[in-house]
Design a protein around this ligand. Structure first.
Ligand code: SF4
Length: 269
């Protein structure tokens, strides 16, 4: 039986979530792929070249699910990403506003910072992000993104984000290792240096792993016998993040058709 969280202490919450499904007992994170549509076309993209870029998430269905899940699990993070999530800023903001109201500590977004060239539009979207309570903005900037994404609008976005007081970091992707001096990494260092005026911290970023486009376009940078893997693969017996897809898919179900609690209950590795 599922109970409402009112007055329930953390140990009781843990028992309830264990009763629901032992494979999700450590669930504390919600990830929302807003869309597979993107303003970039990166050589290292783990999404590859998705066929379905028309769909985007139904924010209200996801918000309902987040509220229900948060009754039973101590959700610490809600993250939106894509594709480029800010192609749908109203939905992104609605999800983060709901997370803020629920007391979720980290409201995170990963963006390439390019969704419009119009300065007024950029300012408006950044205002919305600040008001919705986004408190961890990861800006993807590097040689791979900037092969197809113009720097001007991204820099203006960065400037607006800083002015709005949204905590942000620059998250570059490195090829082979951060210290390797291949041409991509050299270019990435130059691009990042161009963001110095905004004083946005630079996190160590990710080393590109063999998945999606990376295996196709950057094959020569991996070992000959490399097999596909992703940094973000979940242990199916210890699922810590619920990931919603643009078509409503989550775990083995679909939140547009089935209640999220039933989806969690039915999950088997
Ligand atoms: S910006 Fe991100 S989602 Fe879009 S193509 Fe590049 S890596 Fe993929």
């Amino acid at each position: 039986m599922i109970h409402c969280r009112g007055g329930v202490s953390p140990p009781e919450l843990r028992v309830m979530s264990l009763e629901l499904n032992k494979y999700l007992k450590n669930l504390d994170r919600i990830e929302v792929v807003m869309t597979f549509a993107c303003t970039g076309k990166c050589k290292h993209c783990q999404n590859g070249e998705p066929e379905n870029t028309k769909e985007h998430i139904n924010a209200q269905a996801v918000i309902k699910a987040i509220r229900q899940v948060n009754e039973l699990y101590k959700i610490k993070t809600v993250m939106t990403f894509g594709g480029e999530p800010l192609l749908y800023p109203g939905d992104v903001c609605a999800i983060h506003k709901a997370a803020t109201e629920l007391g979720v500590a980290k409201r995170q977004i990963i963006t390439n910072g390019y969704f419009s060239k119009d300065k007024n539009r950029i300012e408006e979207v950044v205002r919305g992000l600040a008001e919705s309570g986004v408190n961890d903005l990861l800006l993807s900037v590097d040689a791979f993104h900037q092969e197809t994404i113009p720097l001007g609008p991204v820099k203006y976005f960065a400037e607006c984000v800083v002015k709005a007081g949204i905590p942000s970091v620059i998250t570059p992707a490195w090829l082979k290792s951060e210290d390797d001096n291949n041409a991509y990494n050299v270019r990435t260092r130059q691009i990042i240096a161009g963001f110095e005026p905004y004083h946005i911290p630079i996190c160590e970023g990710n080393v590109i792993f063999p998945s999606g486009n990376a295996l196709k376009y950057l094959r020569e940078y991996f070992e000959d016998d490399v097999t596909e893997w992703s940094l973000y693969d979940e242990d199916p017996e210890d699922v810590r993040a619920l990931s919603f897809m643009p078509d409503g898919g989550v775990l083995d179900g679909n939140v547009y058709e089935t209640d999220i609690i039933e989806i969690i209950r039915a999950y088997k590795p």
